[in-house]
Design a protein around this ligand. Structure first.
Ligand code: ARG
Length: 601
């Protein structure tokens, strides 16, 4: 991780001061770790009120060891630093405040450095090398064919897409995979239903919705006629054995589903490097099972083949049913092994709902047991590289979404509704907007995307139309609107933002807050990647926008509006440099969330 230079200097000065000031107390203790610059760096806070400084170190943690009250430690360390005159040109002031040591940085150098960096690097600002070319697989979306793309798959699609972009920005070599649910006993049911009742269905339109109807009808009729289920099992077996008619039908279902999904991905602006599916692993089942048997991991239970997991909290992993059919977990085990063979990944993320957490524990455990049994060298093991990047539920009102409960909400309907609502709003506010259709789409989609990224991934999301579409408050449209306003200022200014700018005229409190936030962008991106949390970026963008909007709304000394563009050319050009920098960072931040940033709206 690239260190924050200012923060690191403060931490280093503190470490030296602590070690020297308390040399006797520390002599007989093995506390060098605690008092290291590294450790202090990781424990620095930001004061709630920015006027208190850019960083604050809570000394409470040391008062126990030193058996001295925190305010006394703080005061004495600050005195020590002042006596030794340890301050550099980067840090301008260090002071004790109760149990905290606060630090102010040299704003002049922070401003020049930050604005120059953003303006010269443009959208590359915030790029990082922490990935060092390491390969990461991000698996997301993974919808099920012959079923509608429901709202249930919205979150994985959006989170995964953003993670893919974030990892790329940090220098990883990313492979984004869509692992379609295109295999399993439900296809036996689909085929039976289609043969029985699908004779005059026109699959060239609305195919997936019609297939869903057939599927629902199958379940209804099967309740009265158990023989249907029996037939479905037989047909699925035939499909697994490659019987050509069954395979042809399955293939058709698959193709028309993928066509529909592609339309939705395009609408959302979501991309993949590889679209594959469970069926791709069919011919890898036998060798996997042989391998597990050879490693002595399998046993039989009521005719089924299982792996006992030495974990009291996990049920055994079912590999093969009594009728010989393999399962979801079997395919995931084979899939992880195949992906490693193909990509030699350093890390592989499965962006899948928390409801599947036991499933992934089982899959990862089987692989771990296999690699242990085969004595694969630690450095080549796959199991430690696998991660279930889980996320919470999406709720509409108070209802939880689930395909099984029959309350399917079609994602395409949700997106289209959002686009329509935005279209109406723009028509009302700005009817002459050029490219109104295109903008309404970007903003409607942006609203839906942002709604899924604006909370931590493990938190449930409540989908509330009014809140999602509002141009104010914590929404996608609000960010897009801020971005468009910045673009409009730049158009109005209509001059080059000159390279030799006197940044010292940026002397307002509000401006300093914005610049500090711009400085924080790279670190924010890295933390988002380190914790697989695009939410860090979305909440950062909200802070940046509102900090900037405070600049925009401020008054000058006489109480009139303090315009960004005025007769004072040196002020105007410095302020426009700030505008440009904020526009760059908001635009790039939105891009990393998968959200478009229109220039006008
Ligand atoms: N298709 C599955 C579902 O919709 C999700 C697949 C998740 N990925 C995986 N490797 N199991 O529930």
């Amino acid at each position: 991780m690239d260190r924050d230079k200012y923060k690191w200097q403060f931490a280093s000065i503190l470490a030296i001061a602590f070690q020297n000031r308390y040399v006797e107390q520390l002599a007989d203790q093995s506390l060098s770790q605690e008092f290291s610059a590294e450790h202090i760096y990781n424990n620095l806070d930001k004061p709630k009120d920015p006027k208190m400084g850019r960083f604050a170190f809570p000394v409470f943690r040391f008062s126990k060891v030193l058996k001295i009250a925190p305010p006394i430690i703080a005061k004495s360390v600050v005195e020590y630093i002042k006596e030794k005159d340890e301050l550099t040109s980067t840090l301008v002031q260090i002071e004790a405040m109760g149990g905290f040591i606060n630090c102010h940085v040299n704003m002049k150098s922070l401003i020049v450095e930050t604005l120059n960096a953003v303006l010269s690097q443009s959208s590359e600002y915030g790029n990082s090398t922490i990935g060092d070319g390491k390969r990461v697989i991000v698996e997301y979306s993974s919808v099920n064919i012959a079923k509608p793309f429901g709202i249930g798959h919205l979150r994985t699609t959006i989170l995964g897409n953003s993670l893919r972009l974030l990892y790329k920005k940090c220098g990883y070599d990313v492979v984004g995979i869509n692992y379609l649910g295109d295999w399993g006993t439900q296809f036996g049911k689909m085929i039976v239903a289609f043969r029985k009742w699908g004779g005059d269905i026109d699959l060239s339109q609305n195919a997936v919705a019609q297939l869903l109807e057939l599927y629902v009808r199958f379940h209804k009729e099967a309740e009265l006629d158990e023989a249907l289920n029996e037939e479905a099992r037989r047909v699925f077996k035939a499909l697994e054995d490659g019987e050509s008619e069954a395979v042809a039908l399955w293939q058709r279902f698959r193709e028309i589903s993928i066509d529909e999904f592609k339309r939705i991905y395009e609408l959302l602006g979501v991309e993949f490097d590889l679209i594959t599916g469970e069926s791709f692993l069919n011919d890898k089942m036998d060798s996997l099972i042989e391998r597990l048997e050879k490693a002595n991991l399998t046993s039989e239970s009521q005719g089924a083949l299982i792996v006992e997991l030495d974990d009291p909290l996990l049920p055994p992993c079912l590999l093969k049913k009594a009728d010989g059919a393999t399962l979801y977990a079997t395919r995931d085990i084979a899939g992880a092994l195949w992906r490693y063979g193909e990509y030699r990944f350093d890390k592989s993320l499965y962006v899948v709902a928390v409801s599947q957490s036991d499933h992934f524990k089982q899959v990862f455990k089987v692989i771990e047991l296999l690699e242990e049994a085969e004595k694969i060298p630690e450095s080549e093991r796959i199991a430690p590289r696998l991660e279930h990047t889980d996320f919470g539920w999406v709720k509409f009102g108070d209802k939880t979404m689930s395909t099984r409960s029959g309350t399917i909400i079609f994602l395409e309907d949700v997106i289209n509704k959002a686009i329509h609502l935005v279209h109406d709003m723009i028509t009302e506010k700005n009817p002459k907007l050029p490219e109104l259709e295109k903008t309404a789409q970007a903003v409607g989609v942006g609203a839906v995307l942002f709604s899924q990224l604006s909370v931590r991934r493990q938190t449930d999301v409540n989908f509330d139309w009014d809140a999602v579409l509002s141009f104010e408050g914590e929404t996608g449209p609000y960010l897009q609107y801020t971005h468009a306003r910045l673009c409009s200022l730049i158009r109005k200014y209509n001059q080059d933002i000159s390279p030799d700018i006197d940044f010292s005229v940026l002397d307002r409190e509000e401006e300093h807050r914005v610049i500090e936030l711009l400085y924080d962008f790279p670190v924010t991106i890295e933390s988002a990647v380190q914790q697989d949390e695009p939410f860090f970026v979305s909440s950062y963008l909200l802070s940046l926008s509102s900090a900037f909007n405070r600049v925009y709304q401020r008054k000058d000394e006489s109480g009139g509006p303090d315009r960004i563009i005025s007769d004072d050319t040196s002020k105007s050009s410095a302020r426009m440099a700030l505008v440009q920098a904020v526009r760059i960072v908001i635009g790039e931040g939105l891009r990393l969330l998968g959200i478009q940033a229109p220039e006008e709206m």
